[in-house]
Design a binder for this molecule. Structure first.
Ligand SMILES: [Zn+2]
Length: 64
């Protein structure tokens, strides 16, 4: 295993971490209600995914 010879300077650490940025989540438009939804997920507005309603399954999952 190679070992670093020198400690990484604070400036190097900070300049590297300065490039960490957040990105907006990619969304698709729900074909049922037109609301933005995450791809490959049931629509948060109407609960539809690939022609089936998954809202009851989602509710029971989060109402424990
Ligand atoms: Zn929808």
């Amino acid at each position: 295993m190679a070992l670093p010879k020198y400690k990484t300077s604070r400036a190097n650490t900070h300049s590297r971490r300065a490039n960490w940025k957040t990105q907006a989540a990619a969304t698709v438009t729900c074909p049922n209600c037109g609301a933005p939804a995450l791809p490959h997920m049931a629509c948060p507005s109407c609960g539809m995914y690939r022609g089936r309603v998954y809202r009851d399954a989602i509710r029971s999952q989060f109402s424990k």
